[in-house]
Design a protein around this ligand. Structure first.
Ligand code: HEC
Ligand code: HEC
Ligand code: HEC
Ligand code: HEC
Ligand code: HEC
Length: 190
């Protein structure tokens, strides 16, 4: 099992070899992690940002089920560990946070991330329908690739307000002129 991840991890690092793996690290927000209740100071910008020194990873590398499932999915500890058993961090801050990740891996525990985006159970939101319709993650979740520790919803997110969903569904389809998506109660409430 460990050997398997060692190979996976090295392969992952080599596959991403063209990306800048570095240096200086953007530690902004990591301090706040403990205070805000995220168990590890995971920085989206450091992994998904395209600035120098950031790793420019595709969102769906980690949220791999967004285009085929209702849930976008949160990556497992194993998928983090594929890189982090070789990437131990350059700054003291990074090393401390990555050591926490190691702890979850060694104990075989899932990381108890705090959930941020959630709608009530009486409504249903299928990611795959939206992603396959060509919507960008950022339209609903904001510029995640520029953010440090995620603690709050993007101000433009309206998922707990039905009007936000309906307003976009009512937009005319450029070809048919009809609503681009259904506003029947039963597509969202069942
Ligand atoms: C290296 C893996 C990785 C990459 C790449 C990544 N994410 Fe994440 N994402 C996570 C993890 C881990 C969490 C849970 C911790 C947190 O909320 O920050 C998360 C949480 C989220 C959440 C909040 C989920 C919730 O409701 O709790 C959103 C939204 C999100 N990511 C969007 C994105 C977008 C958009 C991108 C691309 C710009 C992206 N992610 C790239 C690992 C990743
Ligand atoms: C493709 C490889 C890769 C994957 C997968 C990956 N990381 Fe990273 N991560 C990195 C690199 C590279 C750094 C920068 C380390 C440095 O140079 O200090 C980093 C930095 C970090 C840091 C240090 C933050 C700081 O304060 O500087 C944490 C914590 C972290 N990653 C957690 C995670 C978690 C949790 C996951 C899984 C959801 C994950 N990583 C997945 C490559 C990866
Ligand atoms: C049309 C708006 C919209 C788009 C586009 C969208 N999301 Fe979401 N996202 C939501 C809503 C609404 C929720 C809450 C769903 C729920 O509670 O069932 C959510 C929840 C999440 C979560 C929380 C955990 C989960 O598995 O649902 C993650 C992670 C996430 N989105 C990532 C992404 C990523 C990555 C993309 C792009 C590939 C994306 N989202 C595109 C609206 C959107
Ligand atoms: C930014 C625009 C946008 C927002 C915001 C949005 N949607 Fe959608 N939604 C779409 C589009 C476009 C489609 C049509 C996809 C297709 O044709 O397959 C769709 C399709 C759907 C479907 C499938 C409908 C069917 O006919 O089976 C459901 C269910 C759904 N959305 C729920 C939601 C919910 C719940 C929310 C709010 C939490 C929401 N959507 C917010 C654009 C949006
Ligand atoms: C495109 C998806 C969608 C459609 C279509 C839709 N709803 Fe909703 N509805 C939602 C979402 C999302 C919420 C808010 C969930 C939350 O609070 O997190 C909601 C909330 C509600 C609530 C709770 C009170 C409120 O306003 O927050 C009621 C009642 C409701 N809807 C009834 C209906 C009825 C009746 C219809 C048909 C006329 C309908 N909905 C059509 C997505 C939808």
């Amino acid at each position: 099992m460990k050997t398997h991840w060692l190979i996976g991890g090295l392969a992952g690092v080599f596959a991403l070899g063209a990306l800048a793996f570095v240096q200086g690290g953007d530690t902004e927000g990591a301090e706040a992690a403990a205070e805000t209740g995220q168990p590890i100071g995971f920085l989206h910008n450091q992994h998904a940002g395209a600035e120098p020194g950031q790793n420019n990873m595709n969102c769906q590398y980690c949220h791999f089920s967004a285009e085929r499932s209702v849930d976008a999915g949160i990556p497992s500890v194993a998928s983090c560990w594929g890189c982090h058993q070789v990437v131990a961090g350059q700054t003291e801050q990074a090393q401390t946070e990555i050591a926490r990740l190691r702890g979850y891996w060694e104990r075989g525990e899932p990381i108890p991330w705090r959930r941020i985006y959630k709608i009530s159970d009486h409504a249903h939101f299928p990611h795959m329908r939206h992603v396959n319709a060509g919507l960008e993650c950022q339209q609903c979740h904001g510029e995640v690739q520029t953010m440090g520790v995620l603690v709050e919803r993007d101000p433009a997110w309206g998922g707990n307000n039905m009007g936000w969903c309906i307003e976009c569904h009512r937009q005319p389809d450029p070809v048919t002129g009809e609503a681009q998506a259904s506003v029947d109660c039963s597509v969202c409430h069942y």
